[in-house]
Design a protein around this ligand. Structure first.
Ligand SMILES: [Mn+2]
Length: 356
C-alpha cells in the first residue's frame, strides 16, 4: 500500500451501460481492484479533510466465527403461494461497482439474465454506500431504484439503508464549497467527497430523483431478528431511542438543510470499529437492547480491515480475494457485510440468517 495514497478519479474504464445487452455474459462475482481505493473515511474529532487517513488495525483484534452462508436461490426457497415473508438477503457496500453487483445478485438468483427482479417475495436490503470510489455509482442507484419497483410488484421488496456516502454525496451537491464547522479548521463537503472517492462522472449524472431517494432512506431498520445498520458505530443512539425516532431525526436534519448539521450526521455515521476489541460485544448489546433484534448486520468497515489483513506485510503479499463471506464477530452478535469490493475483496450478497 502506498505511503501516500493518491486520489483516483475515473481510475477504471467506464462500465458498460446497464442493463447488459441480451446474450452478454456475466463473468465473475468477485474481483480485486488493487489500488482503487482506501476506506479512509474515518474522521476523528477535529479532523480537517485535507489528507486521507487509514484506519489503524491490529491483527487479532477480532475472532472470526466460521459460518456457512445459505446459498439457495430465492426462487427455490420462496413460499409457493406468497404466504409469510420471503427469504431475507442483505448486500454490503457497493461503491459504484455495478458489474460486480449485477453478478452477485445474479449468483443468488435475485435477478435474471436481463437484470430483472426474479426473486418473487424475497426481501432484499442494501446496507448503504452506493456511490464513490467505483466507476458507476449512479448506475448502482438506478438499478436499486428499479429493482425496488419490480420487487414490490412481485410481492417482495428491495430496500436500502442510508450510508455515510449518501450523506456525503447529498452534502457535496447541496453545499459544495460552503465551509462547515468541523471542530478545527475549515472543511467542505466538496473536499471531503473528493478525498473519499467522489467521482465527477457520478456528480454530473446526479439528478433530483436520486437526491430525493437518498435523502429518504432510513438509517436503521429491524428485519426479523436482525438489526440492520450501515456503520459499526453506536452514534445512532444519539439520534433516538427507537428506530423510528432515529430515522425521523435524520430525515428532519436533511429537510432543515443546514450544512453544519448535515456535516455532523455525516461525521457521526462515518465512525467505525465500535464492535471490535474489548467492549465490542457490549456496544452491540447496547444497540440491540435499545432497538431490538438479536444480531447486528452492518457494512461500512471492510472485512479485510476488521480482520487486520490490510496494512500488514502479509496482507499485502496475499493474492486473490481475501474475503469469501460475511465476518461474524463480537461474540457472534455482529455480522460485517462490507467485503471490500474497492480493494482486493468481494461484493457480498448473502441470505440471512447465517448458520453459525
Ligand atoms: Mn460507509
Amino acid at each position: 500500500m502506498p505511503a501516500e495514497p493518491t486520489l483516483h478519479l475515473g481510475h477504471r474504464t467506464a462500465a458498460p451501460a446497464y442493463p447488459a445487452a441480451a446474450g452478454s455474459s456475466i463473468v465473475s462475482v468477485a474481483t480485486g481492484h488493487p489500488g482503487s481505493g482506501f476506506p479512509e473515511d474515518r474522521m476523528p474529532e477535529g479532523y480537517t479533510p485535507t489528507e486521507r487517513d487509514l484506519p489503524v488495525i491490529n491483527r487479532g483484534d477480532t475472532v472470526q466465527v466460521p459460518v456457512t452462508p445459505e446459498a439457495a436461490p430465492a426462487a427455490e426457497s420462496a413460499p409457493a403461494n406468497g404466504e409469510g415473508p420471503g427469504p431475507l438477503y442483505v448486500v454490503g457496500d457497493v461503491h459504484g461497482y455495478l458489474d460486480e453487483l449485477v453478478a452477485a445478485l445474479r449468483a443468488q438468483g435475485l435477478i435474471d439474465e436481463n437484470g430483472g427482479w426474479s426473486a418473487g417475495n424475497a426481501r432484499l436490503w442494501f446496507l448503504g454506500d452506493f456511490t464513490d470510489r467505483g466507476p458507476d455509482g449512479i448506475g448502482v442507484i438506478d438499478l436499486v431504484m428499479r429493482l425496488s419497483a419490480e420487487a414490490a410488484a412481485a410481492g417482495g421488496y428491495c430496500k436500502a439503508l442510508m450510508g455515510n456516502h449518501e450523506l456525503l454525496l447529498i452534502g457535496a451537491k447541496r453545499f459544495g464549497d460552503t465551509p462547515v464547522n468541523s471542530g478545527a479548521g475549515t472543511a467542505t463537503f466538496q473536499a471531503a467527497w473528493l478525498l473519499n472517492g467522489g467521482q465527477k462522472h457520478d456528480m454530473d449524472r446526479l439528478q433530483d430523483v436520486h437526491l430525493q431517494w437518498m435523502s429518504r432512506l432510513d438509517a436503521v431498520v429491524r428485519e426479523d431478528d436482525h438489526l440492520l445498520l450501515h456503520s459499526d458505530t453506536t452514534a445512532y443512539l444519539e439520534y433516538g431511542e427507537t428506530i423510528e425516532d432515529v430515522n425521523d431525526t435524520v430525515h428532519e436534519i436533511l429537510t432543515r438543510n443546514d450544512a453544519d448539521e448535515v456535516w455532523d450526521v455525516f461525521r457521526k455515521f462515518t465512525k467505525r470499529f465500535a464492535f471490535r476489541d474489548e467492549g465490542g460485544p457490549q456496544a452491540v448489546q447496547e444497540l440491540l437492547s435499545t432497538y431490538g433484534g438479536h444480531r447486528i448486520v452492518h457494512g461500512h468497515s471492510p472485512i479485510p480491515y476488521l480482520l487486520g489483513q490490510v496494512g500488514t506485510e502479509e496482507g499485502e503479499d496475499s493474492s486473490g480475494p481475501i474475503v469469501d463471506g460475511p465476518h461474524v464477530y463480537a461474540d457472534g452478535l455482529a455480522i460485517a457485510m462490507d467485503g471490500g469490493v474497492t480493494m482486493a475483496g468481494k461484493l457480498l450478497v448473502v441470505q440471512l440468517p447465517l448458520n453459525s
